[in-house]
Write a protein that binds this ligand. Structure first.
Ligand code: SF4
Length: 283
């Protein structure tokens, strides 16, 4: 497939300068490369939540599902259980995945569902005009907190490592080559792949000067070591102005939920059997 075929004709309504454009660009190139390497795009399903990020479903000519707020991950899990051959990719927002959808996110990691979760983390609710999210810095002033928040952010990288995700990474929209590479690797990884992507909201929260100064790619990091990944994850708490490591923190092998589930529920028909049953019913 070529680029013109992958990008839809839907009118793009993101604000000028929005970080979502950069994620869309990296995602598009990752999908195009995987397509040229043999991945059937008929097998790809893009699932989004609710928020500015969710327009990804409109802007790509891919099988897609608009889930409700915070529920992209369980919708994706249902698709994956029904048809384990699918490559299911969730694009979700930080408010979407880390607030309303946090329990689903953690359980997807605990189960090691074979899917990819890309978090468009601009650390603010952009679509609803600038309220704080679980990764906004302490003291963030927005529509719902005009005098500043009184709670620190949490660290989603550490959370997902602890919850059992078998692929955990952090990207930055202004490091395109690395981001494209990580999205490709995440999609091809068997197990729960999680990428927290730092992006700006050009209208309500734009820390790009801090990110440009602070992000770095660690050298010599052992990606197979969960202890090493946890140490790296603790270098930045999503609050202070300290160095921000980006890249693939951890990749390991664990049994995936779909296989275990079919082990205890052999009565659920495979896709081939379901197609056979469907055709049988039409005769
Ligand atoms: Fe992007 Fe922020 Fe505008 Fe939403 S409000 S489209 S996140 S710049």
């Amino acid at each position: 497939m070529r680029e013109e075929g992958l990008i839809s004709r839907a009118q793009n309504t993101w604000c000028p300068g929005c970080g979502n454009f950069a994620i869309q660009h990296a995602f598009k190139n990752a999908i195009l490369e995987l397509g040229s390497e043999g991945l059937s795009l008929d097998e790809v399903v893009l699932v989004t939540g609710i928020g500015c990020h969710a327009k990804m479903a409109d802007y790509f000519n891919l099988n897609s599902v608009y889930a409700i707020h915070g529920r992209a991950v369980p919708a994706a899990a249902g698709l994956k259980i029904a048809d384990p051959n699918l490559k299911v990719i969730c694009c979700v927002g930080d408010g979407d995945a880390y607030a309303e959808g946090l329990d689903h996110l953690l359980f997807a990691a605990k189960r090691n569902m074979d899917m990819t979760i890309i978090v468009h983390n601009n650390r603010v609710y952009g679509l609803t005009t600038g309220q704080y999210t679980p990764t906004s810095p302490l003291g963030f002033r927005g529509k719902s907190t005009p005098t500043g928040t009184a709670e620190p952010p949490f660290n989603p990288i550490a959370l997902m490592l602890n919850a059992g995700a078998s692929f955990v990474a952090r990207g930055y929209t202004r490091r395109q080559d690395q981001l494209r590479w990580m999205i490709k690797e995440a999609i091809m990884h068997r197990g729960l792949s999680f990428i927290d992507v730092l992006q700006i909201c050009a209208t309500f929260f734009d820390p790009h000067e801090v990110y440009d100064r602070m992000v770095y790619e660690p050298e010599g990091h052992d990606r197979s070591s969960i202890e090493s990944a946890m140490r790296l994850a603790s270098e930045w708490d999503y609050n202070s102005e300290s160095r921000i490591p980006i890249g693939l923190f951890f990749q390991g092998e664990r049994p995936v939920f779909e296989d275990r589930f079919r082990g205890v529920r052999p009565d659920i028909p495979s896709r081939e059997n379901k197609i056979g049953m469907f055709l049988e019913g039409r005769r």
